[in-house]
Design a protein around this ligand. Sequence first.
Ligand code: GLU
Length: 378
Amino acid sequence: MRKTLIAPTKRIVIKVGSAVITNINGLNRQRIETLAEEICALRCRGYEVIVVSSGSVAAGKGDLGIVGRPKSIPLKQAAAAIGQSRLMRCYRTAFRSRDENVAQILLTRDDLANRRRYLNARNTLMTLLEYGVVPIINENDTVVVDEIRFGDNDNLSSMVTSLTESHLLVILSDVDGLFNSDPHNNPDAVLIHEVERITEEIESMAGLSSNDVGTGGMYTKVRAAKRATMNGCGAAIINGLEPGNLGRFFDGEDIGTYFIPNTHPMAAKKHWIAFTKKPRGKLFIDQGGFNAIVSDGRSLLPAGVKGVEGGFDRGDAVRLCDRDGNEFAKGVINYTLAELLQIMGKKTSEIETVLGYKYGDEIIHRDNLVLTQSEDKE
Ligand code: GLU
């Protein structure tokens, strides 16, 4: 069954957690060697592989005398600056000794939220894959501030699946997969082998646990799996500490947890609006506008807007909220805040009269609008 499910896979994103490739002293070179061995074996089997690897902070913090997690953001960034080159050197040595090349890609959420930079990053990644190079991606920790952070590499890896139109996201973790309760606290916890749909029940199983070295716990992994599957990409959480697990998974063995991709995937652009582009302001929508969007699948017109909050520019993403202030959609807006304040509540035919020009009848065109689900509100 597993074999059939993963058979169409060609392009894979492998997310490597800090817990998999580091130990108390920093990088665990032996693990990186083993991982490179397994990834090269997958490459020989014809798979295209993109790696999203954590580990820079864990690799660099020792030089700063830090034990445990760095306490402040500047310390974390300094540790990452030290550790990232070390991390890449390890990967490069391990891959070169197997005649494979690697490339470093450092991203911030801002890079992917900007459509042009998103497409540039995509072109670079595609070129690397075309030339048989294994891209190794990490968050650009040294420059990120909160507003432009992915937050954790689980999240980053799910965005990379959409960026690269990958077929499968494999999250290598220090646990065997998703259990029906936290296996650290409950010896009777049962591993879930297959998830058809990531329901609230599944999410609650993931809880909010986290380990000592990485940023995300099982919750961020399941959320990443959800975002990947919504994009039509399969996802798996397997134990990366167990040598040979990657190969076994691709042989079709029933290890880890496999999340079946959504049969009606979101278009790549809508996925980008929903998850990658960070929303700025809020628009409050009246009942008529709400019905038109939610029930009839229509665009947002000026008449439907009854209030705004926050600043935004033309081309920014904004949240749409109902009468009670609850977010129900996100979209890319065609007008600036100053323009919207003049035309909101008015008829479409009045846009040009009021502004002296118009970018279109829609405040947000349906193609740039996506209904959000409760767990995806940030
Ligand atoms: N970018 C961080 C690092 O390389 C890790 C973030 C994460 O583990 O989610 O250490």
